[in-house]
Ligand binder design. Structure first.
Ligand SMILES: Nc1ncnc2c1ncn2[C@@H]1O[C@H](COP(=O)(O)OP(=O)(O)OP(=O)(O)O)[C@@H](O)[C@H]1O
Length: 617
């Protein structure tokens, strides 16, 4: 080992291992303490905890903590590698300097020693570089594994929360209406996970690096005379003062980016949603020749995106301009300070280059917080949106709804009241009892509350009171005018909301033939957007096929035959009466031809009053 070496490389493996373990231990304790303080005392920390606290405290959280420890370990490891590379750089440049001096003095022995020191530093570099590459790849892998695991949990958690208690429908009734939940579940979850890790580990890395390189800088720096006073270790103080000042200015310049980023996400999502609406309503838009209006609507939304984006551009210009300027000055700053000591022979060339590296590292570490400001701004926007969705889901589940209870046998409504959101009464104190096989048709003018009564009985409508009792343990089906067809194959569409495993293909084919869709029996495996392929009448027949297949105890039908002719309507109702005779039928219809399939009728007048009578055929 050359005596000009800055480190004793022969023992560095054990020294570094001990260093990494110690630094890891200290970082882990500080990380947990800082996390507890941030989670408790900052607003965004509390938002974070509400969104994802369960991931770190649940029964299955041990692997999470283990993986987090590995990620933290890799971060500390990375800092140690940079420290070692800075010493290796010092050795290499010092060896070159010594070689140049020996050459100038014609000292062959010194030249040989310098050459040997140079080649030793090259070997050290080769070993360090190999470890560094392997470590970087492993770091990437571990980081991704951590993200993927967390993202899977969070997506599951947020999706379940959104679907639970019909929150996805009832969100619209809470005060803070939630825009674009799709964006929140897909993009915000991804950003949340990725930025949580990169920011927290970036901060840990920055702090560990700060401490390590401040120590190096401390050893390398000398006194300096500033305004007539000699300041010992001036470089260390200067770098701290420099970065502190630049960070304060950067925070002040970057602050508006938080709000601008929030708006960017919202406006972009609105624009995307408008595009999806046109795609979904393509046929109607095309029939109406609505392209002109659509174009205008789309471009108006896009213009709002651009207006906000220009503001981001202007603000980023200021923010980046400041950061770039600060970084450029930082490149020459340490060399300017060390140059006089090098010229006077106090320090070696290697010391100068290592000072520059150490200064750069201390500067970058301190600047981490300044430069992450716009990432943090985007992160805060994601936190706000995810927490907003969580709160809306929670609030919507807390909204009132009809009380539901199980009962043996039939369907019972007790003192059911239904109102509009403005408080106008649609149905008051409705009492009704239906035994298995009973049938009832609800009549009334448009807007009298027929569909809203069905929404209330499905416990979707929050402006309702009373009790609905339904047969225990058996399916209740609500069929709307335009049945919902999920994405997937035709088999899934027919069995919806049941699962395909419960019904074999022969049975599904048989049912399709019964509702006069025999032409579809060979297409069960076909994956398509069936809502766009099947005609409204065919879709309504799919809905009837579900009744035959799932054999519900009660079926609520809202204008379920409006798109088929009267002959087909007759045979569909007839089919249900024969195939599922004990099913209670609760229909809503304007058509008088539907009446004959029902024994009783409920007439809603729209002002709260109602009348129950026998159907006169
Ligand atoms: N989400 C809502 N927000 C505000 N008002 C609503 C909402 N949904 C329904 N309403 C109002 O409630 C009233 C009843 O509507 P509903 O759809 O139940 O009538 P309907 O009898 O089924 O009409 P139609 O025969 O035309 O289908 C209407 O005045 C409607 O405007």
């Amino acid at each position: 080992m050359s005596e000009s070496s800055s480190l004793d490389w022969n023992h560095e493996l054990w020294n570094s291992l001990r260093w990494i373990l110690e630094a890891f231990g200290i970082s882990a304790v500080c990380f947990v303490l800082a996390a507890v303080l941030l989670l408790r005392y900052t607003r965004w920390g509390r938002q974070f905890w509400r969104i994802s606290g369960d991931y770190f405290t649940g029964r299955d959280s041990a692997p999470t903590w283990a993986l987090l420890a590995v990620v933290l370990f890799m971060t500390v490891f990375a800092v140690r590698m940079t420290v070692l590379l800075s010493y290796q750089g010092n050795d290499m440049y010092t060896a070159l300097q010594l070689a140049a001096q020996a050459f100038a003095q014609g000292d062959a022995t010194a030249l040989d020693a310098a050459k040997s020191a140079f080649w030793t530093s090259v070997v050290v570099f080769a070993i360090l570089a190999t470890i560094h590459v392997a470590r970087s790849l492993l770091d990437f892998y571990v980081g991704q594994a951590f993200d993927i695991r967390w993202r899977r949990w969070l997506t599951d958690h947020v999706t379940t929360d959104w679907l639970e208690g019909r929150a996805f429908y009832r969100d619209r009734f809470v005060d803070a209406t939630i825009d674009n939940p799709d964006q929140r579940i897909q993009q915000d979850v991804t950003d949340f996970v990725q930025i949580s890790r990169s920011l927290s580990m970036g901060a840990v890395g920055a702090l560990v690096s700060l401490v390590s390189f401040t120590k190096i800088l401390w050893d390398l720096s000398g006194p300096m005379t500033l305004f007539g006073t000699e300041v010992p270790r001036a470089m260390v103080f200067l770098v701290f003062a420099y970065v502190l000042f630049s960070t304060i200015v950067a925070f002040w310049l970057g602050r508006p980016l938080i709000q601008l980023n929030f708006w960017n996400e919202r406006l972009t999502a609105n624009f995307r949603y408008a595009l999806v609406r046109v795609r979904d309503g393509a046929e109607n838009v095309a029939f109406y020749r609505g392209e002109g209006v659509e174009r205008q609507g789309l471009l108006t939304r896009f213009a709002a995106v651009l207006r906000n984006y220009w503001q981001i551009v202007y603000r980023t210009l200021k923010f980046n301009g400041w950061n770039l300027g600060v970084n450029q000055v930082a490149v020459v700053f340490p060399i300017l300070i060390q140059a006089p000591r090098f010229f006077s022979g106090t320090i070696t060339l290697g010391d100068v280059t290592q000072s520059a590296t150490a200064f750069g590292q201390v500067h970058d570490s301190l600047s981490f917080f300044r430069e992450s400001y716009d990432t943090f701004a985007g992160y805060r926007a994601s936190l706000i949106r995810l927490d907003g969705l969580r709160r809306a889901n929670h609030d919507s589940r807390a909204l009132p709804s009809l009380d539901a209870a199980d009962v043996d046998g039939g369907l019972e409504l007790e003192r059911v009241g239904v109102r509009t959101p403005d408080g106008a009464s649609l149905v008051t104190d409705l009492d009704l009892t239906m035994a298995p096989g009973d049938t009832l048709v609800v009549k009334g003018q448009s807007g009298s509350g027929k569909t809203t009564l069905l929404r209330s009985l499905a416990q979707m409508w929050p402006f309702a009171e009373g009790v609905v009792r339904r047969p225990a343990g058996r399916e209740t089906l609500f069929l709307s005018q335009m049945p919902y067809l999920p994405l997937g194959d035709l088999r899934t569409a027919v069995a919806y909301p049941g699962s395909v495993e419960e019904h074999d293909d022969d049975r599904i084919r048989d049912v399709l033939r019964k509702v006069q869709l025999g032409n579809l029996v060979d297409r069960l495996d076909e994956e398509a957007d069936w809502a766009k392929i099947l005609s409204p009448g065919e879709q309504q027949r799919i809905a009837f096929s579900r009744i035959v297949l799932l054999r519900p105890a009660v079926a609520f039908l809202d204008e379920a035959t409006s798109a088929v002719d009267e002959g087909l309507e007759y045979s569909l109702y007839d089919l249900i009466r024969t195939e599922v005779p004990d099913c209670i039928l609760f229909s809503v219809s304007h058509r008088s031809t539907v009446d004959q399939h029902h024994a009783r009728q409920l007439e809603l007048s729209g002002d709260g009053s109602w009348e129950l009578s026998l159907v006169s055929v």
